[in-house]
Write a protein that binds this ligand. Sequence first.
Ligand code: NOJ
Length: 654
Amino acid sequence: MLLAGVVFTSCGKSARVASPDCNTTVKVTLENGAPYYSVVKNGKPVVNPSQLGFLLNDKTPFNGDFTIKKVQRASFDETWEQTWGEERYARNHYNELTVELQETNGAQRLLNIVFRVFNDGIGFRYVFPEQPNLQDFEITEELTEFAFPDDYEAWSISAYKVKYFEGIYAKAPISKLDTVSTPVTIETDGGYLAIHEANLTDYAKMNVYPVAGTTTLKSDLTPWSTGVKVYAETPFATPWRTLIIADDLNQLATSRIMLNLNEPCKIEDASWIKPMKFIGVWWGMHILEYTWGQGVKHGATTKNVMRYIDFAAANNIPGVLVEGWNEGWDGVWQNNGELYKFTTPYPDFDMPKVAAYAAQKGVEIIGHHETGANTIGYEQQMEASYDYYKKLGIDAVKTGYVSRLLDKKERHGSQYGVRHYRKAIETAARYQIMIDNHEPVMPTGLQRTYPNLMTQEGIRGQEWDAYNSSNPPEHTTVLPFTRILAGPADFTFGTFKLTNMGPEKTRVNSTLAKQLALYVVLYSPLQMVSDMPENYEGKPEFEFIRIVPVDWDTTIIKDGKIGDYVVTARKDRHSTDWFVGAITNEIGRDIQVDFSFLDPNKKYTAKIFKDAPDANWETNPYPVIIEEKEINADSVIDLTLASGGGAAIWLKAE
Ligand code: NOJ
């Protein structure tokens, strides 16, 4: 709801806007015609005066010689319901300032900068209005800076040295960072900042790098192969640049600024969109027990997929992912998509029979399109391949773009890539198909507008544990405060056979109890049950995976330290039950969990799945103790998390 009407303020050299709680203020100034912004919270500088603007065609500056033509203000407060999410309702509450700039001389071009100031951070974007002297243009650089007052420690992954954002987040002082991908999470004196972006629609993904010898991070847009960053035409708006300003980890991880800066849902009837858990003919390929292509070890045979369907139906797992079902996997694995055919099943996979069997058992098949990063070929087959699945009753598809460059030329995070991913989501929405996008561009909250974009990879997931390059135990304690700030991730935990996997004898660096806890700690509305059915048979711990939900009413980070441990509590969206997940890095630790978040008028039975006293990720990952306790809002329990371990709690309301 728009609270205050638009207010026109007279021109000057600066303008200010404060957050609804008045604690955070953004000031925009012109210094010799160049726009700068700064941010102060509770009287302390958060961002010192920082440059704004662009270099356009052939590096012509578009960042100086400006005057403020007009300033507009607005306020907004609305609570909206998420189609699915970490919480049911999100509050979108901000004060807005639009600074309309015009060049004094020459072409007198126009540029508007819009700031939204929330209680937990800010967002700003550039708008290029329709104008006579700026129509088609190229962005050679975006000059946006974030000048931090100190050389704080920041968590990040390299933008260009890491493929598909599958990196291990490391901590380093701002001034020592490489060119890094956002989200970048900064630890300040007692608080947290996170730089990212929202609503990346027709633009290049933003990275940031330190201006040499300073604590200023500057925008770096992922280029096209031509070196140009963005091709645009007025009227044109950039994505929002976002900065979460949080007092604690709970505020950091539950900030909804990114979602609020995306457009409301464009899918009128979203009732076909269903968060779910899924098992898949998948892990077997990664640990070399199955193959994607045909042969004696082919995973996606009619018989084997029917076995997975039986297991899913018997165990409250709504979906079964089927990879390696279609022609095209027998050549070079990363074949740039020349051979993949999305409407031609392998002869040993009877697609209509399997689809009918799944329907009869009430199980959803999740289809698979590995494109090998051939987006041109995929776009040619896109309508036909969604239509093919839809006619078989399949309404979820995992897409993949394995290869360093899209179409052997362009980066995944370039404007070229961003346009392709958007096209796939919008086309899939027309066919009522949900998407799990692997090798994506880093997410920016598009799921608010298109909630059929369920989850994405763009994370160093558990599949790396199959390749002799396992993730260290610390990794999962960093992700809720870095990558997951950008949205849901298809991390694929739930592995029960943790050691000696496949001929390579690889391992998952986790205890079994931690595998359970990750269902609460790392959010995704499509959540994988990653192991093969035979590894779950007869395991009492599997009960937790059977019952844990994937769609939440409320989320609270109860406790934690980035890189050390995390305790997360979430309330199920469809019942009165709560769930708690606690995980630690390689250091075992004793923690206390209080249950003050529970309904004080209810009693709960807690079923606790925790590391046995002798459990240890390295030497003894399997022992889990399962116990029941009566719990209420006044209860406090002690838990010992093993080295690389965790605990998962199901709180069933009586
Ligand atoms: C990489 C994906 O991350 C993985 O999940 C998938 O199985 C393979 N590509 C094949 O598409």
